[in-house]
Design a protein around this ligand. Structure first.
Ligand SMILES: *[C@@H]1O[C@H](CO)[C@@H](O)[C@H](O)[C@H]1NC(C)=O
Ligand SMILES: *[C@@H]1O[C@H](CO)[C@@H](O)[C@H](O)[C@H]1NC(C)=O
Ligand SMILES: *[C@@H]1O[C@H](CO)[C@@H](O)[C@H](O)[C@H]1NC(C)=O
Ligand SMILES: *[C@@H]1O[C@H](CO)[C@@H](O)[C@H](O)[C@H]1NC(C)=O
Ligand SMILES: *[C@@H]1O[C@H](CO)[C@@H](O)[C@H](O)[C@H]1NC(C)=O
Ligand SMILES: *[C@@H]1O[C@H](CO)[C@@H](O)[C@H](O)[C@H]1NC(C)=O
Ligand SMILES: *[C@@H]1O[C@H](CO)[C@@H](O)[C@H](O)[C@H]1NC(C)=O
Length: 404
């Protein structure tokens, strides 16, 4: 897939860190150069690539002495919170994945579900530390209203452990029992609710987390999910995606899985928790460079060099001037770039308030999300990255071959 010029913004990420630096004074300045290799794209993403996860953890879930989840779960989140609604609308369409560890212990309160619909209860001797929990249909209906009014796209992670038994070696064996999942999917379709994707399981691939499912079994179950989706959605209504396996990458496991699942899958998902280079696409022209300074005392002053062929779109005439250069990008004095400098209030990284270009990002009295305004900087000036800051630099006039 090629990138679309008019809707493209490439995001190059640099992280500055000086672990061995000896701090001789409280203010240090380093000069740096960011080279942008714009010839080939590393990857492309959809326009609606921005996503968030809503998890199932109950308030009792604590790690390292902190019970961070509070009422942030699918089951107890305050869906009437205006700020929350507005934040999701700002990203429209925001993809929301419903999932997490406990998704593989969830039952859905469908008419055929004979067990009582009870919440998760902590029991440390059980897999994942909890009993099975239930999603009441009353709650699902509220969630569906919430997603449709905020314009979110929903990827629902189904319980992929249903029907299996956990062996002493940690492997979950047996076929997926999809009865409850299928009736939940039917409920969704019969009520004209929209789910954009059905994802099978959470972190059960490869060596798994807590337990694992063999690749060939997972492929069989993915084909079963594909058949359910084909059956249930056969009379129109847009076909949702079938997605899997939603876990950590393991080359051998993924190879076998993808070969055996054949074309039953629309998308593969993998979980990555470490910070790494990102690439981004939103409705803007030009390129965006993301710079992060992880040092608390050093200010980095960086020049951007666009290596190899690039085009400079002339602001006034919209004429495209093709240049081949390995020289620093020299502006004709008429181009400006947009900079977004993000810092923590009072330099306190635990602060709940973030500053954008020195101004606190805060909602107003009726909960409106503030506009995110850049500062305009002469393109000939270097980029200053303050200690403990994140800077997005958008250069609207630069077109790199990878995105042309
Ligand atoms: C949320 O708002 C709806 C409709 O305005 C109301 O019926 C419901 O009780 C509210 N829920 C909570 C938890 O406040
Ligand atoms: C926790 O689960 C184990 C295993 O199923 C069971 O024996 C035990 O009674 C449970 N504990 C509580 C407090 O329910
Ligand atoms: C779903 O949509 C169909 C067609 O528009 C309609 O006939 C049906 O009554 C709707 N069902 C519900 C539960 O809203
Ligand atoms: C998802 O895969 C199915 C089966 O291969 C296919 O029919 C459908 O068109 C795919 N959906 C999209 C959006 O590509
Ligand atoms: C910077 O971080 C180091 C290590 O955490 C700390 O010792 C030092 O006091 C910090 N300096 C400033 C200016 O915050
Ligand atoms: C620019 O790219 C060319 C070809 O890829 C390479 O040989 C050259 O060293 C690069 N220049 C810089 C300054 O990195
Ligand atoms: C940008 O900086 C250059 C070099 O200092 C200067 O000649 C030019 O007038 C500046 N342009 C604007 C719009 O400030």
């Amino acid at each position: 897939m090629g990138c679309r010029q008019l809707s493209m913004i490439v995001l190059f990420l640099w992280v500055f860190q000086f672990p061995d630096k000896t701090v001789v004074s409280s203010a240090v300045e380093e000069k740096g150069t960011v080279f942008v290799y714009g010839r080939a794209a590393v990857g492309t993403v959809d326009e609606d690539f921005i996503c968030a996860t809503l998890d199932w953890w109950p308030p009792q879930k604590c790690d390292y002495g902190t019970c961070a989840w509070d009422h942030a779960s699918i089951l107890n989140l305050d869906l009437n919170n205006t700020i929350f609604q507005n934040a999701i609308r700002e990203f429209a369409p925001l993809k929301i994945r419903i999932g997490g560890t406990l998704q593989d212990l969830v039952i859905y309160e469908t008419p055929d579900q004979k067990q009582p619909c009870l919440p998760f209860t902590q029991n440390t001797s059980l897999l994942f530390g909890y009993t099975q929990g239930c999603l009441p249909m009353r709650r699902w209906n509220q969630l569906n209203d919430f997603f449709s009014k905020t314009g979110a796209k929903v990827i629902f992670g189904l319980n992929a452990l249903s029907g299996r038994s956990i062996q002493s070696n940690g492997e979950a064996v047996g076929a997926w029992d999809y009865t409850n999942a299928e009736s939940f999917i039917r409920y969704i379709v019969q009520n004209n609710h929209t789910v954009d994707g059905w994802e099978l399981g959470n972190e059960l691939c490869g060596s798994g987390v807590g337990t694992r499912v063999a690749a060939s079994q997972y492929a069989t179950d993915t084909i079963a999910l594909r058949n359910i989706v084909n059956r249930v959605y056969k009379d129109g209504s847009p076909m949702p995606l079938v997605i899997g396996p939603g876990g950590f990458f393991d080359a051998a496991w993924f190879t076998e899985y993808l070969n055996k699942a054949e074309n039953s899958l629309n998308a593969t998902t993998r979980h990555i928790y470490n910070l790494g280079p990102g690439k981004v696409l939103i409705m803007q022209k030009g390129i965006t460079v993301l710079l992060m300074n992880l040092d608390n005392t050093t200010t980095v002053v960086a020049n951007v060099e666009l290596n190899n062929t690039y085009k400079l779109r002339h602001r006034k005439t919209s004429q495209k001037i093709a240049r081949t250069s390995q020289m620093p990008w020299v502006s004709d004095g008429e181009t400006q770039r947009e900079e977004y400098h993000l810092t923590a209030k009072d330099g306190n990284l635990h602060s709940q308030t973030m500053l954008l270009n020195g101004h606190a990002l805060q909602v107003n009295s009726i909960g409106d999300i503030p506009p995110l305004e850049p500062i305009h900087v002469n393109s000939t000036d270097p980029i200053t990255i303050a200690p403990y800051s994140i800077v997005f630099v958008h250069m609207p006039n630069v077109v790199v071959p990878a995105c042309a």
